[in-house]
Design a protein around this ligand. Sequence first.
Ligand SMILES: O=C(O)c1cc(C(=O)O)c2c(n1)C(=O)C(=O)c1cc(C(=O)O)[nH]c1-2
Ligand SMILES: [Ca+2]
Length: 551
Amino acid sequence: GPIENYSPVTAQRLENPEPSNWMLYRRTYDGQGYSPLDQINTSNVKNLTPVWTFATGVVEGHEAPPIVNNGVMFVATPMGQVIALNAKTGDEYWRYKRQLPDDLFQLHPTSRGVGLWEDKLYLATTDDHVVALDAKTGKVVWDTKVQDYKKGQYMTLMPLIIDGKVIVGGSGGEFGVRGYVAAYDAKDGKELWRTYTIPGEGEPGHDTWQGDDWKNGGGSAWMTGNYDKETKTIYWGVGNAAPWPGEMHPGDNLYTSSVLALDPSNGKIKTYHQYHQNDSWDWDEVEAPMLIDLQRNGRNIKSLVHPGRDAIFWVLERTPTKINYVAGWPFVSTDVWKGIDAESGRPIVDPDHKPTVGKRVEFCPSLWGGKDWPSAAYSQKTGLVYVPANENFCGGFTGEKLPLKPGELWLGTKPEDIGLKTKPGADHFGELQAWDPVTGKKVWQHNFPKSQLFGSVTATAGDLVFVGGTNDRNFRAFNAKTGELLWEQKTNSGIMGMPSSYEIDGTQYIAIQSGWGVDAQRIQDALATNNIGIESNVPQGGVIWVFALKK
Ligand SMILES: O=C(O)c1cc(C(=O)O)c2c(n1)C(=O)C(=O)c1cc(C(=O)O)[nH]c1-2
Ligand SMILES: [Ca+2]
């Protein structure tokens, strides 16, 4: 039935969220993925136990954080479903199920969550609509078509809500779209602005493209941005260039593989930083950088921290008008970069490991990168950044000039040619890493001998780091200071989703969706064919798990 006492979401509540709630993708606009709750801590986490579970009824990758607003939980699942639950008891209030078109091909069948504003919530769908639901009843309030799914345009992200605007970005980098970020009026779904991530004729940066390449150059923007509420600047990550081999789109290709600084009032690009130029590896840099205040060499830095898919741990400085390169270093081994220009921050590419047309080229890490979309986290207590990384994976493909057919994959190689190879003798793959972003030192690391790590990380004030992401279906808690494994729980499926934490009536809860699929499974299939004793059969089917301390 309908929710009776729903707390409307305001700008003030999103800017300064109560510690008990998780209303934004990473809980706060700075994207740190940190909960200030500390009832569950390093000494008692061994007593963490499931209090309720709830089957979502669908397969594929469940990637969304359970979003919680004063006792009400909203969960987005694959196939355009939203479930509203009593966050304490697990009882269902309502369920929205989108009727997806029969001919919809979903390359990435997932949703990373619902955004909240006033008494509504907002879902971005794989058939490329933004839908507003009444938070109390789940009824559709408005439904706006963004672009055409038949042309390979779709959405998987959780909308970013800023002051009555629903801000989304499109997917489709593997279909040769031209990426964009767009804002809709939360009240009625009218489009307020749209900013293409690839500059058109006459716009600054257009000259980093040749001919008509920009029209289908990729630069999709498929993850939620972060937001600096002081300077009113959105930091939004931009994806790979299309098709993959850089030879097919010569130039730096702004703003692919970049971060854009956007004005939320009109979508204008204030400034940008491009992590790597002429992307050729499918290295989307879509995870928005975390906004962290750092003390470096006696100086206060308002930083942007981004462990990249390109294997480089990036530290940048944000000023109202400019983004400056501060430091960068590889956080997993890579043969693609020979170094980084100390002044500009441009990585120096080794042409032997840059995919090209007509020849097979191998590169490390693989096209899933040092880390893909699963989010890193930052703990304000330890001052460390926690990265879900993958080591000992390499990839390769033969570039091929193929014509663009709207709505069909346009990779610049044959899909069956995409490889993932493990380094001979590798003793592990997934790594949970803890980095000091000031000194650039790795403080600890936990290795996963038989699994990739493909899950988002959440840190808490209880000095804990929570992550799933492995093919053995475990959900784990680590000591944030030392990396000691303190607790694990086997779940129904593998966990790709993001843990969230909330509090009701004095009890702290940890929530996660377990439901394996999408690219975690693609890597799993690749591992299974590498003949290294890793099977492919991670069971699928989504379940929401909620944990608390045993009473
Ligand atoms: O270029 C794009 O538009 C695009 C979109 C998505 C997506 O929307 O999920 C992914 C990717 N690329 C991608 O390269 C990738 O590795 C990936 C993994 C996943 C996933 O959900 O596990 N999505 C995506
Ligand atoms: Ca991509």
